[in-house]
Design a protein around this ligand. Structure first.
Ligand SMILES: Nc1ncnc2c1ncn2[C@@H]1O[C@H](COP(=O)(O)OP(=O)(O)O)[C@@H](O)[C@H]1O
Ligand SMILES: [Mg+2]
Length: 255
């Protein structure tokens, strides 16, 4: 994969002038406009913004799951835009972790086998010890033999987090990871994401609508109408909630 020297050291996610449009009838709508963003190692960064502001689209473009219409994305110093489909798939399997609101668990596999699935997909020996300690970290020690369907939504989300933990990826992308969870389960999930993000050489990017989740991050970027509108370091629940309310009000006013 293309390695470039112009990305700053420690910058694990670099997006430059990203735009994304979708065709609608004979024209197109632009969902992302000229978004540039860098996330560095050891950083947990939140993306917030009104509903429909393009948060998920941005996350998917950064994760290589969607192709931007223009602009560049580099992960770990390697350009995604110039990578082949095969190189992208390899990068995704080896270095990236995903936590989405739909947990993407395989219903016919036991919990431990779901957590260990990425090992199998890479053709590696399944690391039982890592699976067990990951399940332990999310409060599911001893539940490896259960089927996902026997678990609550919160427990299933924690299985999805354990799958990421067991892989120890360098970059974790999470889209509303605590959206469907109660406060306690949400806190556990968030603590684990923060632990991953705080590890040298790793980072976490979380889309969230919860000011308390954003306040637990190192930095919050706010989107409005497909653009980066604001950034906040040292966020607090109150400052984040106030900024989000102001952005939502400005969107309503414009509508
Ligand atoms: N595949 C698609 N085709 C057309 N429009 C889309 C598509 N995906 C998302 N959109 C539109 O892009 C906008 C941003 O969507 P999204 O990134 O999901 O926002 P958010 O996550 O901030 O709620 C929305 O108006 C949505 O309807
Ligand atoms: Mg979304």
């Amino acid at each position: 994969m293309t390695t470039s020297t112009h990305y700053p050291t420690g910058a694990l996610i670099v997006a430059e002038h990203l735009s994304k449009s979708y065709p609608v009838g004979s024209s197109s709508v632009e969902i992302l406009h000229d978004v540039s963003l860098t996330v560095s190692e050891g950083e947990v960064c939140a993306i917030m913004g009104p509903s429909g502001s393009g948060k998920s689209t941005l996350l998917y473009c950064l994760a290589g799951l969607e192709q931007p219409s223009s602009g560049e994305v580099a992960l770990l110093g390697r350009s995604l835009t110039r990578a082949s489909r095969k190189q992208l798939a390899e990068l995704r399997r080896a270095e990236l972790g995903f936590v989405f609101q739909s947990y993407n668990l395989m219903p016919t596999l036991k919990v431990a086998d779901n957590v260990g699935l990425p090992f199998r997909l890479r053709g590696e020996r399944v690391n039982r010890a890592r699976i067990e300690s990951a399940l332990d970290a999310v409060g599911l020690a001893g539940r490896g033999a259960a089927l996902p369907s026997s678990m609550s939504g919160g427990e299933q989300q924690r299985v999805a987090i354990a799958r990421v933990l067991a892989q120890q990826p360098q970059i974790v992308f999470a889209d509303e990871p605590t959206g469907a969870l109660d406060t306690r389960a949400g806190r556990l999930v968030l603590d684990e994401l923060r632990r991953i993000g705080g590890t040298p050489g790793q980072c976490v990017l979380i889309v969230t609508h919860d000011p308390a989740v954003a306040a637990a991050c190192d930095r919050v970027v706010f989107m409005r109408d497909g653009r980066l509108a604001q950034q906040m370091t040292s966020p607090t629940t109150d400052s984040v909630a106030a900024m989000l309310a102001a952005l939502e009000a400005s969107v309503e006013e414009a509508a």
